[in-house]
Write a protein that binds this ligand. Structure first.
Ligand code: MV4
Length: 522
C-alpha cells in the first residue's frame, strides 16, 4: 500500500471534475492543470491548486508528457489520474510517471501497450478461448495474404489498423475487386494517424450491437466484472446515448460476457478499471472486439446500477488496496441511461458550437445526475472535445428510466451555444429506442428524419470549411497566428459561424471555492 495524498488530474472538462470529486471524498488533495483556453474552466476552480501548462492546442498542453510530469513533481503530487482521451492510453506517459516516482492511476504500461496493438489483443482472446470475429491475429503481410484470408473468412470483410481502435482507420470491403485499393488506403491512413501502417482483417458483422463489459482488477490478481453497457447509439463512432444493463443481455449472457472479459483482463496482466468491447450480431452471437485501458466516458451508468464508485475504486487500486468486492458481491439494480450533451449543432451538420454559455439550468430532481464541466458564464473552447455535460438518470426499470430521461432533457436549458439536447430528446422518444431495437445502424437510419439539416443548413462547403478550421486550430502552433484574440486568449471567432462572444461574468467572482488560489504560473 502506498497511501496517496495528492493527485494531479491530467485532463479537463467534466472528467476532471469527476476525478476531483472522488479525490475530495477520499480525502486526497487535487492539482488541476489548464491551458490558456481553460483559465476559468470549472476543473480549475474546483481543484485545490491549478497550474498553467501551455497554449490551447492539446499537443502544447494536455498532451505534453514532460510538462505534466514536471508540474506533478513540483506541486508535490504523488499520483496522476489521466481521465479519458489525451494521454489516458499512452504507455509512454504511464512509464514517464513511474520513472518520476508518480503513481499512474490506470493500468501498467505493459497492459496499455499490449491492448493498443489490436492484433495482440486478439491473440490473447484466442488463447483465452474468448469468441471473436473470424480474421487474422497478426498484421497481414502482403496483398496476396490479405486476399487469401478475405476469401477464407468470406466477404464482406473489414480492414482495421492494428494500432487503431475506436473505429478510426476501418475500411469495409465487399468483394475481391475492392481489396487492393482498400488495403492501400487503409495502410496509408493508419500510417498518418498512428505512425504505423499495420492492418489486420476481420469478417464484417452486419448491423451489430455494441456491448462493453466493465472490469476492475487489483494489484493482487483479483478481477471482477460489473456487467455490461449498451453503446449502440452512436454517430460516426461518437456515442450519444449509453445504458446499463443492455436490453439484449440476460443473466446467462451477462455471466458469459463477464467471465470472458475477466479472462482477457487477467491474461493481459491488467490492473485498475478497464473495458472489454464486444459485438453482438442479429443471431445473438458475441465476438470480442478490443479492450479499452481507461476509465470510459459512459462509466456512470455502471456506477448507477451497481452502486460502485469507479473512480474511488481506481484510486484505491492504484494505492495497492485489494478489491473490496468479490464477484458474488456485485449486484445490479434497476436501469441507468446516459445522454451526452455536446456543444454541437445537429441541425447544421453537427458543427461544433463553441462560445460562452450565457444561461445554464441543468436538470435536477430525483435520480438525476449531471456530470458537467460547465457553469453559467463559462466558455466552451474551440480546441477540445465539445462535451459539455453528461446527463445520467436511474429508474427501477427501463421504461421509468426513459420517462425520467425525457423529463430531464426537457428541463435542461443551455443558452449561448447550440447543443445536442433536442436530438437526444427525439431519439429517446423514438419507438425503436423505446422498444430496445438498437443497433449501430439505427441512428444513421433515423437521423435524417430526427435532425433534418434544413433550417440552419449552411451548405456542405461552409460546413467543410468550418470543420477544417477547427482541425487547424487544434494543431500545434495554431494560436500564434495574427487574428484578433478574445479576452480568454483564444482566437477570434471562426468567420461566419461562431456566436459572438458575450462578456462572461468572471469565474473568479463566483466563489465556488473560497479558499481557492492559483498555483505558480510557469
Ligand atoms: C466491426 C464492426 C463490424 N464488423 N468489426 C467500430 C468501433 C471499433 N471499436 C470497432 N467497430 C466495429 N467493428 C467487424 N468485424 C462494426 C463496428 C462498429 C461500427 C461500425 C460501423 C458503424 C458504427 C459502428 C459502431 C460500433 C461498432
Amino acid at each position: 500500500m502506498t497511501a496517496l495524498r495528492k493527485v494531479l488530474v491530467a485532463n479537463r472538462g467534466e472528467i476532471a471534475t469527476r476525478v476531483i470529486r472522488a479525490c475530495r471524498e477520499e480525502g486526497l488533495a487535487t492539482v488541476a492543470v489548464y491551458s490558456e483556453a481553460d483559465r476559468e474552466a470549472l476543473h480549475v476552480l474546483m481543484a485545490d491548486e491549478a497550474y498553467l501548462i501551455g497554449p490551447p492546442p492539446p499537443a502544447e498542453s494536455y498532451l505534453s508528457i514532460e510538462t505534466l510530469v514536471g508540474v506533478a513533481k513540483s506541486a508535490g503530487a504523488d499520483a496522476v489520474h489521466p481521465g479519458y482521451g489525451f494521454l489516458a492510453e499512452n504507455a509512454a506517459f504511464a512509464e514517464a510517471c513511474a520513472a518520476a516516482g508518480l503513481v499512474f492511476i490506470g493500468p501498467p504500461a505493459a497492459a496499455i501497450r499490449t491492448m493498443g496493438d489490436k492484433t495482440a489483443a486478439r491473440r490473447i482472446a484466442r488463447d483465452m478461448r474468448v469468441p471473436m470475429v473470424p480474421g487474422t491475429v497478426e498484421p497481414v503481410r502482403g496483398d496476396d495474404e490479405a486476399r487469401r484470408v478475405a476469401r477464407e473468412v468470406g466477404y464482406p470483410v473489414m480492414i482495421k489498423a492494428a494500432m487503431g481502435g475506436g473505429g478510426k482507420g476501418m475500411r469495409l470491403v465487399r468483394a475481391d475487386a475492392e481489396l487492393d485499393a482498400a488495403l492501400r488506403m487503409a495502410r496509408s491512413e493508419a500510417t498518418t494517424a498512428f505512425g504505423d501502417g499495420s492492418v489486420y482483417l476481420e469478417r464484417y458483422v452486419e448491423e451489430p450491437r455494441h456491448i462493453e463489459v466493465q472490469v476492475l482488477a487489483d494489484a493482487h490478481g483479483r478481477v471482477v466484472h460489473l456487467g455490461e453497457r449498451e453503446c449502440s447509439i452512436q454517430r460516426r463512432h461518437q456515442k450519444l446515448i449509453e445504458e446499463s444493463p443492455s436490453p439484449c443481455v440476460d443473466d446467462a449472457l451477462r455471466r458469459t460476457l463477464g467471465e470472458a472479459a475477466c479472462r482477457v483482463a487477467k491474461a493481459a496482466g491488467y490492473v485498475n478499471a478497464g473495458t472489454v468491447e464486444f459485438l453482438v450480431d442479429r443471431e445473438g452471437n458475441v465476438y470480442f472486439l478490443e479492450m479499452n485501458t481507461r476509465l470510459q466516458v459512459e462509466h456512470p451508468v455502471t456506477e448507477m446500477v451497481t452502486g460502485i464508485d469507479l473512480v474511488r475504486a481506481q484510486l484505491r487500486i492504484a494505492a495497492g488496496a485489494p478489491l473490496d468486492v468479490r464477484q458474488d458481491d456485485v449486484t445490479w439494480r434497476g436501469w441507468a441511461i446516459e445522454c451526452r450533451i455536446n456543444a454541437e449543432d445537429p441541425f447544421a451538420g453537427w458543427l461544433p458550437s463553441p462560445g460562452t454559455i450565457t444561461g445554464l439550468r441543468p436538470a435536477a430532481g430525483p435520480w438525476v445526475r449531471d456530470d458537467s464541466g460547465a457553469y453559467e458564464g463559462c466558455t466552451i473552447p474551440r480546441f477540445y472535445d465539445t462535451l459539455i455535460a453528461k446527463l445520467i438518470v436511474w429508474g427501477p426499470d427501463r421504461d421509468t428510466a426513459i420517462a425520467r430521461m425525457a423529463r430531464a432533457l426537457d428541463e435542461y436549458k443551455v443558452t449561448g451555444v447550440r447543443t445536442t439536447i433536442p436530438v437526444l430528446a427525439r431519439i429517446i422518444a423514438h419507438e425503436d429506442f423505446r422498444a430496445g431495437r438498437l443497433s449501430t445502424q439505427l441512428l444513421e437510419r433515423i437521423l435524417p428524419e430526427l435532425a433534418p439539416a434544413g433550417g440552419r443548413f449552411e451548405s456542405i462547403a461552409v460546413i467543410a470549411a468550418v470543420l477544417a478550421e477547427y482541425d487547424r486550430l487544434r494543431r500545434p502552433g495554431a494560436t500564434t497566428y495574427a487574428a484578433g484574440t478574445r479576452p480568454d486568449g483564444t482566437p477570434a471567432a471562426v468567420p461566419g459561424h461562431d456566436t459572438p462572444a458575450a462578456p462572461a461574468p468572471s469565474a473568479w467572482r463566483l466563489g465556488l471555492r473560497p479558499g481557492w488560489r492559483a498555483g505558480p504560473r510557469q
